[in-house]
Design a protein around this ligand. Structure first.
Ligand code: PGA
Length: 240
């Protein structure tokens, strides 16, 4: 494991996603011990090893709040590929939170966006967990998304549909839209922990750390946040 500081971003290089999960868990534990109340959570394959560490731990989240980044539009909370089911399976069934918020993909756009923005306003996020897309999206904020966005409805790019179709029976089953926290919602978190594993994330990580801050690279906005930790394995670190 090694450390490198890119101005405000602390980069932790690990051997693999198992070690990444352990390191990420230490950061979650530190936040928990220093009184964090609201945890912003992510789905996808990246946080799985972190959630495994949390499940194994004796940390108690029963007085904590969870706010998830996003949900597919059109999937009910009971759909096996919904992020509701993902979170139940990977975390909440073993580590229940006092309250957990996830966008409702079946709800009307205007109502759901207003509700979720209010949730975020009323529960300021202490630690936000993030993965990153191969196209450098964070949450479902695809390249070109305004840095000013709060919760919004997103049309998924073909690259994201391609990346996520592995979870569905066929590509046509992948929903075309999602509700996602916006870039401003993510930046409002006190601390941000992003993880990336695998060679297919190397270019996105290079652009996050070294590239200009541009809406074409949503994750590049993290260069402007005062407290960011990025955990990457050797493959994701291969271009930095
Ligand atoms: P992954 O997705 O963890 O499944 O690679 C990350 C993301 O799209 O943000």
């Amino acid at each position: 494991m090694s450390f490198e500081a890119f101005d405000n971003i602390r980069v932790i290089k690990v051997k693999d996603k198992r070690e990444g999960g352990e390191k990420a868990f230490e950061i979650v534990k530190e936040a928990h011990e220093s009184g964090a109340v609201v945890f912003g959570l992510a789905t996808g394959s990246t946080p799985e090893t972190l959630y495994r560490e949390i499940r194994k731990s004796d940390l108690d989240f029963s007085d904590k709040t969870a706010i998830n980044l996003d949900e597919y539009v059109g999937l009910s909370p009971k759909h096996p590929q919904s992020y509701h089911v993902f979170m139940d399976e990977h975390l909440f069934s073993v580590k229940p939170f006092k309250v957990s918020f996830i966008p409702n993909g079946m709800e009307d756009e205007e109502i759901e966006i207003a509700r979720y923005n209010q949730v975020i306003r009323e529960h300021p996020i202490d630690l936000q967990i993030l993965g990153i897309g191969t196209n450098a999206h964070i949450g479902f904020n695809e390249p070109g998304t305004s840095f000013d966005t709060h919760t919004h409805k997103v049309k998924l790019t073909q690259e994201t549909v391609d990346a996520n179709k592995r979870y569905f029976e066929s590509e046509t089953d992948v929903p075309g839209y999602a509700y996602s926290m916006g870039i401003q919602s993510i930046l409002s978190a006190k601390k941000i922990l992003l993880m990336a594993y695998g060679e297919n994330k190397a270019e996105a990580i290079e652009q996050t750390l070294r590239g200009p801050v541009t809406e074409d690279v949503p994750s590049s906005i993290l260069q402007t946040h005062p407290d960011v930790v990025i955990i990457i394995d050797e493959a994701a670190a291969s271009r930095v």
